[in-house]
Design a protein around this ligand. Sequence first.
Ligand code: GLA
Ligand code: ZN
Length: 682
Amino acid sequence: MKGLSNKILYGGDYNPEQWPRDVWTEDMRLFKLAGIDIATVNVFSWARNQPDEETYRFEWLDDVMDMLHANGVHACLGTGTAAHPAWMARKYPDVLTVDSQGRKKKFGRRHNSCPNSPTFRLYGERLAGRLAERYKDHPALLLWHVNNEMGWRCYCDNCERAFRVWLQERYGTLDALNSAWYTSFWGHTFYDWEEIVLPSQQSEHFSAFGHEATAFPAMSIDYDRFNSDSFLACYKLERDAIKSVIPDAVVTTNFQSNGTYKPLDYFKWAKELDVVALDSYPTNDTPMSQIAMRHDLMRGLKNGDPFLLMEQSPSQLNWKDVNPLKRPGVMRLWSYQAVARGAEAVMFFQLRRSAGAFEKFHGAVIDHAGHEHTRVFSECAELGRELQELGDKLIGARTASKAAIVFDWDNWWAIEHSSGPTTRLKYLNQIQRYYDAFYSLNLQVDLIGTDAKLDDYALVIAPVLYMVKPGFAEKLEAYTAGGGTFVTTFFSGIVQETDLVTLGGYPGELRKLLGIWVEELDPLFPGRTNSFVMNENAGPPGETYSCSLLCERLHTEGAETVAVYGGDFYAGMPALTRNRFGQGEAWYISSDPDADFLVDFSKYLSEKLNIKPVAQTPPGVEASARVKEGRRYTFLLNHNDHPAAVQIGEVPTTELLSGMQLTGEATLPAYGVFILEGPINS
Ligand code: GLA
Ligand code: ZN
């Protein structure tokens, strides 16, 4: 994203099609008051734009675009393909999806099109192309927003046929597929591509322990890959239709579920986006480290490039069971949290609250009262003013992390499709637990994919690296041999990319690097624990930490034992090991230890590797930094509902939002934010 704006963009989803014309004029007045300079339009207007197969009617959108431009507001132009028109569903039922139980949907809701529907693809691409033709020279146009929160799952016949094609491209021959999927199990050998059906509740899937389990993980992982690729193909069709008219168009689509949406491999997707855009909807009780982790993941998707906070609510949600207000100051605080971690737009859903249907109680900048004299509007206008004053200070600023956590969608799918050893193992929880340790110490960490460059990191952690994709073990070996410190955990190195076990002893391809052999996996019943008894380093000798979820009986093969199990029949066997490998070292944590261990261990490693905390802060005060042109911008974010004392240091430092010079101890108000500007090594 080069030069999208010379300030942090501020605005959000705007749906004037829901309102009479005179309201639009009032909206423009209110946008100005709130410092709004970008509006996402045309997101759900397909039915309005195309009343039948041949007719397109964009006059209303011309008016909207002209009006935005006349009022100094950029357009983030939606292609509007996230909800197909009713006539299309009636005339071409192939646009309708089929669920895992084989039930064909009728017209309704949104995000309702089959990604392999010829009708959807044809008309979606055509609509995007028409919009590009019409608005290519429009001065309001800044950015393109394809579809909306893409992704769901479809099990229709078109998807089934497309799956077979996808598999033929991937495997070439049925022999290769049969061995990759291990179809000699339960007599599943396929002799004709047409025999392959989608893994669903009608075939390989069944409900067990509150989730959809599978009898053939390899098949289900490939379906996940295929489904993610199917939607990506739809995105690319629209994107390419736009770029064939406007080669330098900036095109994105908004990522859902706070950026950790399981059905889509966002690392693969990010390569096709000009800028990553996130929809962030924490609730009042979401731990702030969860949102911080997801912001860091969004920054990691494009190797550290800034992203857009495309949607958040200015106040309450409507789609939870209970939807409390965001407390005064919280919207501002969470906005800066995103900026601190790489966001260069702060945008809302939505700018004016709908008068009817599903979202009429969702927070909006302009409330049903319709005027500016509301708490939410005042808070939005105040933030708008601050972002204007910040100007370009933070535009293009980057984050300098010495530590990274590996995040991988294939691995996520594979772990959670596995039958045994325990359904209680959840990949996101494991990532979050390691992240939380760093977060609590104010240590900056990047979330990276398996194809990221590792050399710049002093420390790389890959929690539960169950699936080792081709070449990744060699890459980790080269990284460690070159002086890096690598950490992985229990249930790692088990399978290759089609879920076939690497035989000869766990952790398979990681065995040499880690210098261990894992003989047995022992998941624990809920509430049961074992312990790590430390015998050197990483904590005082003799210290013990609790562990749970899964323990392993392992043997060292060159690694040193740093902790042993304290209980059960494998008491005294290695629990935590370190293997010196070339210039570096590789650690193995063979169970799920408690948070105290993770904090002490992260502290030990970061001190040893000279990875410095961003700042020292009291509990509940988050610290994160961005750097640009030799300057460092340190964000202190008080998530507490009470003031907190923070240490600024002896050198007078400018706090950007207030313009004050601070030294020594300063008071950060409840939900308050400081952005401290200083030299890069401050
Ligand atoms: C999503 C959608 C928006 C809106 C919001 C409400 O993020 O993209 O259209 O429905 O949720 O929270
Ligand atoms: Zn389908």
